[in-house]
Design a protein around this ligand. Structure first.
Ligand code: F6P
Length: 546
């Protein structure tokens, strides 16, 4: 069995997953030395058989180290883990987020079918539509100039203040859809590091700037600290607390806290506890996207996601692309010992996609306790990382090609660019193709004439080809990953919808703030290193050597 868990040897999960798991482990031993080029040579239809079309995307899984038998065994594991039943429970509004006792219904936010979506017997669609209408009206009025700032000027700049799911999705989508941007300029502030808000505000005019305070809980330290600094900046510049009314709106589930902050209820855009932070791009948290590109484009994003939701919901597991993608991650993570998964968009507009997927995957599946509360003995969520090609080719691809680690990688490209520089796009696409081919084929030492110049090859990749990076295509792409991540979580038997792992650090930081302010640790409150570091920072701040 590959890949130890927390320093202990890995062991297969108990029944009902065990039989399929052990069969896969046995199968992996037989397949370990099989080369991808031989699989292609033995099956002329391999590309056709293992590449899929979903919602306008072409997803090529043929460069994976799998045979008919591998796929059959992975599907058996999915069945044993009740992937289809768990998916249906999610769409059915069941409280599948067990630790928090919540439903997981972000799919309702992009339900374009007119069908009700129930949780606890209540249809959530009327409230979803009401907030969507509010977003539509508001974004249209800001974009048209009907909405004016306190001094009667038109809004030219919008600052989204949020972090994690209240930041990464909107930032990723606004960047991805820049070719469609025809509204106010969008800025994003997430880090509590004062440099973030300070540098952003220093270029802006308080009379023409609108702030979106984006926070599901409206208690997050970073976001509330930044929001208070933004409010002080406004009030200092315009001299009136009343100025807040025309310049601050909130995107949150906690409307009481929104009001306490001084934002009027009519400027609050609600969502609900059944929308996880990392799945909230589709909710009121997407308001920045609607402001940047228009509400109609935001709706196209939802429609793209809906198309993949329908595919995920209705397609048999054997052709269900997000299910297959999720299972491939399990295959490498649990049976080849792969610890990471690279996301490599050949698209500058998808600059923030790897960071977005980092949260989507790592906050969802970075768990080591099962849904039943037992410690896992198998690997769960991989480390997700990446950046746009071709930049990475001149940096970390060396390790992908010749390093000792097996790193499955997703390559993403659009067939048609959003700019007129066709020649650039041809070069970009050529690189996209060259890399996955090189990773697969490698080059033997004999062929290279020098071991240092040889490439082991047999390195698995997924290629995702979009026609063009439209709002619809972006929605589909993100939903594809969401459901792949869902599938992995079910197979690993973890709750993909809580994030208890972020709490301890938050608690300790809160306790440490006064100690940092005072420049002195509370006696006996910390380990030797933390106390030493705190003292050193205090000394340096005061110009003393620690
Ligand atoms: O600390 C993690 C987290 O809770 C994420 O899950 C969430 O997306 C982020 O913080 C921001 O939370 P909020 O939207 O409540 O400010």
């Amino acid at each position: 069995m590959q890949g130890g868990v927390n320093g202990r040897p890995a062991a297969p999960p108990p029944p009902p997953r065990r039989a399929a798991w052990e069969a896969l482990a046995e199968h992996q031993r037989r397949l370990a030395d099989v080369r991808l080029e031989d699989l292609f040579a033995g099956d002329k239809e391999r590309f056709q058989r293992l590449s899929f079309r979903v919602a306008g995307m072409l997803v090529d899984l043929s460069k994976h180290r799998v045979t008919h038998e591998t796929v059959a065994l992975l599907l058996e594991l999915a069945r044993a883990a009740s992937v289809a039943e768990s998916r249906d429970a999610m769409f059915g509004g069941e409280r599948i987020n067990l630790t928090e006792g919540r439903a997981v219904l972000h799919v309702a936010l992009r339900n374009r079918s007119g069908r009700p979506m129930l949780t606890d017997g209540v249809d959530v669609m009327p409230q979803v539509r009401a907030v969507q209408e509010q977003m539509h009206r508001f974004s249209a009025s800001v974009r048209s100039g009907e909405w004016r700032g306190h001094t009667g000027e038109r809004i030219t700049d919008v600052v989204n203040i949020g972090i994690g799911g209240s930041h990464l999705g909107p930032q990723m989508a606004v960047r991805a859809l820049r070719p469609y941007a025809d509204g106010p300029r969008l800025h994003f502030v997430s880090n509590v590091d004062g440099a973030a808000i300070h540098d952003t505000l220093s270029g802006l005019n308080p009379a023409t700037t609108l702030f979106l305070v984006a926070s599901k809980t409206f208690t997050t330290l970073e976001t509330m600290t930044n929001a208070h600094s933004a409010r002080t900046w406004r009030v200092t510049a315009l001299g009136a607390d009343a100025a807040v009314a025309r310049h601050f709106v909130a995107l949150s589930t906690n409307l009481t806290a929104v009001e306490a902050f001084g934002i009027e209820p009519k400027n609050a855009f609600a969502f609900w506890d059944w929308v996880g932070g990392r799945y909230s791009l589709w909710s009121a948290i997407g308001l920045s996207v609607a402001l940047a590109v228009g509400y109609e484009r935001f709706e196209e994003l939802l429609e793209g996601a809906f198309a993949v939701d329908e595919h995920f919901r209705l397609t048999p597991l054997a052709e269900n692309v997000p299910v297959l993608m999720g299972l491939l991650n399990v295959w490498y993570g649990n049976f080849f010992g792969a610890e990471t998964w690279a996301v490599l968009p050949y698209d500058e507009s998808l600059t923030y996609l790897p960071a977005y997927l980092q949260q989507a995957s790592m906050e969802s599946n970075g768990k080591s306790v099962t849904r039943g509360g037992q410690p896992v003995t198998w690997q769960t969520g991989p480390v997700v990382w990446g950046q746009p090609g071709t930049d990475g080719q001149h940096a970390f691809y060396q390790l992908l090609h010749q390093g000792t680690k097996l790193i499955p990688a997703d390559f993403i490209v659009a067939a048609k660019p959003q700019h007129p520089l066709t020649e650039h796009h041809h070069i970009l696409v050529a690189n996209f193709l060259a890399q996955t081919e090189a990773l697969m084929l490698g080059r033997s030492a004999a062929e290279a004439g020098d071991p240092a110049k040889s490439f082991p090859g047999n390195r698995p990749t997924t290629s995702i080809v979009l026609e063009q990076l439209t709002p619809r295509a972006l929605g589909s792409l993100v939903a594809l990953y969401e459901h792949a991540i869902f599938t992995q979580g079910v197979v690993w038997d973890v709750n993909s919808f809580d994030q208890m792992g972020v709490e301890l650090g938050k608690e300790l930081a809160k306790r440490l703030v006064p100690e940092v302010q005072n420049g002195a640790a509370v006696a006996g409150a910390h380990d030797g290193s933390t106390a030493g570091l705190l003292a050193a920072i205090a000394a340096l701040r005061e110009g003393r050597q620690p």
